[in-house]
Ligand binder design. Sequence first.
Ligand code: ADP
Ligand code: MG
Length: 359
Amino acid sequence: MSKQDALPISISGLTKSYGSLFALDHVDLEVKSGEFLTLLGPSGSGKTTLLMALAGFTRPDHGSIRFGDEEIVTMPPHKRGVGMVFQNYALFPHMSVAANVAYPLKLRKVPKAEAAGLVERALETVQLGGYGERRIGQLSGGQKQRVALARAIVFSPRILLMDEPLSALDKNLREQMQIELRHLHEKLGMTTVYVTHDQREALTMSDRIAVINHGRLMQLDAPRRIYERPANRFIAEFIGESTFLKLERKGGRLNFAGVELEVDEVPEGRNLSLVVRPERLTILDGTDAGKTNIFPGTVKDLVYQGDTTLAYVTLADGTDIAVRAGMRSEAAIEKVKVGERVALGLKSADVVLIPDEER
Ligand code: ADP
Ligand code: MG
């Protein structure tokens, strides 16, 4: 398996409805050759439907899917050259590890001797070398997950699809497997479409993230851009913590509660809200200057959380806003008291504006 074998995926106008519900609503999406792309969205947003359409287990109503130059939307699953890891592993419990991993090779009529070598190599790749004779029932959750992965990659697919493969594992193992899957991806280089509802997992693993909601693609960007420049309120709320401050326009400038905003550029058109992440705010101690927005407020609550301290500050218009400071910071957050008047600083470079939406 070399990187040249990976294929780009081109999805256009993909639509699937169940009765009046659009599980997929005209999805256009390009996955680059060799890319690790994550579909991120809440439960019921259409992630599995999209993955199943790629794998060939769900037939869309409209639209096109191309692997490279080839239209595959009506092609049966086993001809698509796609490896798939299902959410519940879907292993055969009565069969040995080796027989499970060999299953796709059997379907493809690979001769037994050759298959045995491929199975052992796939098991070694997922660090289960020598486990071939074990029964599925004897394995831990993490080991089952590795078997499912070995089965997905054993025939060197051009494209790897994974549907919430780590969701059944506990937090420590899940975080370890995230890094491991990422390394495996770098080694094998397959075009990978990964599904999760866990925003941190998506940020950790992906080259790019496609955020979906109600069957629609909301934003497609690198993790850092998704987090730092969310395109709308849904994304800003779903990924990380945010407070939204409704802005007023006055003569080409933007205002919040009488404070004129320092913005690099004021967009035209609609009403806007300012998106503020807790870790982008600082409690000013009087020495800060330059292009910083300053919001006065009163400390309402202080919450010690071990690695960080969180302060809730009530702003002039009554909005409570969260301010987070890391453990090692020399920040004024360590010194303030509940009830104290403070000034919060937000650098103009950290100003993120989104269109207002009726909620
Ligand atoms: P996700 O994987 O993001 O949780 P799904 O793709 O499984 O979401 O589902 C998207 C929407 O389509 C949900 O509202 C779900 O209830 C609906 N849905 C999925 N499969 C079917 C089906 N076979 N019949 C009816 N509704 C379905
Ligand atoms: Mg799902």
